[in-house]
Design a binder for this molecule. Structure first.
Ligand SMILES: [Zn+2]
Length: 235
């Protein structure tokens, strides 16, 4: 005889095992996702600082050449100053020379502060790389934990899902629906009767109901106090 209550008892057992598995995983999948996001943020900080540092070093490498060019230009203009034909031309050249000097000054100023800037950037970069490595090792650990847990249970979980799917096709739809409805507020939707009591809320089950339960196995009886489905003792 395949009684509906027997199927429900099996279903409750499977769900309990699946719940246990999910509890074991806990927040791990979410924590992995968070750590991945954090790692991306840390990485972009490292990249930003690295870009600033590269630009600074690039400027320094090119500055000698730039200053040399400006010097040549300035000398050329200085030479031209002796060959002007009027005041307007003289003023124009003087203006050019003034601009070149300002540019040279600005490059020299940038060069003077570049060492301190470089030191600061390197300090920041070291700290940011350290932060990145810290998050990376946390992520690695969580990922391997998750992999280990999922891996060791994957066979079991596949079996449970398979058995659950089979069961749900044998259980009457209205009974399954009732079970799922109760599951939304009691994770243990179907519980055994122990010593004539509901083992979900420990309320006594009326004797008349106990008798009916043993004889009408295709009917579903629920606890009058908590609403859980009751599974006959000794099933
Ligand atoms: Zn109860």
């Amino acid at each position: 005889m395949h009684a509906q209550i027997q199927f429900i008892a099996q279903l409750a057992e499977i769900d309990e095992q699946m719940d246990e598995f999910h509890q074991e995983l806990g927040d791990l999948p979410g924590e992995v996702k968070d750590a991945e996001k954090k790692l991306r943020q840390k990485n972009s900080l490292v990249e930003e600082t690295q870009t600033l540092l590269d630009e600074l070093l690039d400027f320094r490498a090119k500055s000698g050449h730039m200053l040399e060019d400006l010097k040549t230009k300035e000398a050329k203009y200085a030479q031209q100053q002796f060959q002007v034909r009027n005041n307007r031309e003289f003023d124009a050249i003087t203006n050019e020379i003034e601009n070149i000097r300002k540019e040279r000054e600005s490059i020299n100023e940038k060069l003077r502060t570049s060492t301190i800037k470089e030191d600061n950037l390197r300090l920041i970069l070291t700290q940011q790389q350290k932060d990145y490595e810290e998050v990376k090792s946390i992520l690695d650990e969580k990922e391997s934990q998750l992999k280990e847990l999922s891996g060791s249970h994957s066979e079991e979980i596949r079996n449970l899902i398979h058995r659950r799917t089979e069961l749900t096709t044998t259980i009457q739809p209205n009974i399954l629906e009732e079970y799922e409805r109760i599951r939304t507020f009691h994770t243990d939707a179907a519980v055994k009767v122990r010593r004539n009591c509901c083992s979900g809320c420990f309320s006594a089950v009326p004797p008349q109901k106990l008798v009916e339960m043993r004889t009408k196995l295709d009917l579903i009886f629920t606890c009058e106090h908590c609403g859980r489905i009751l599974i006959t003792d000794g099933m």
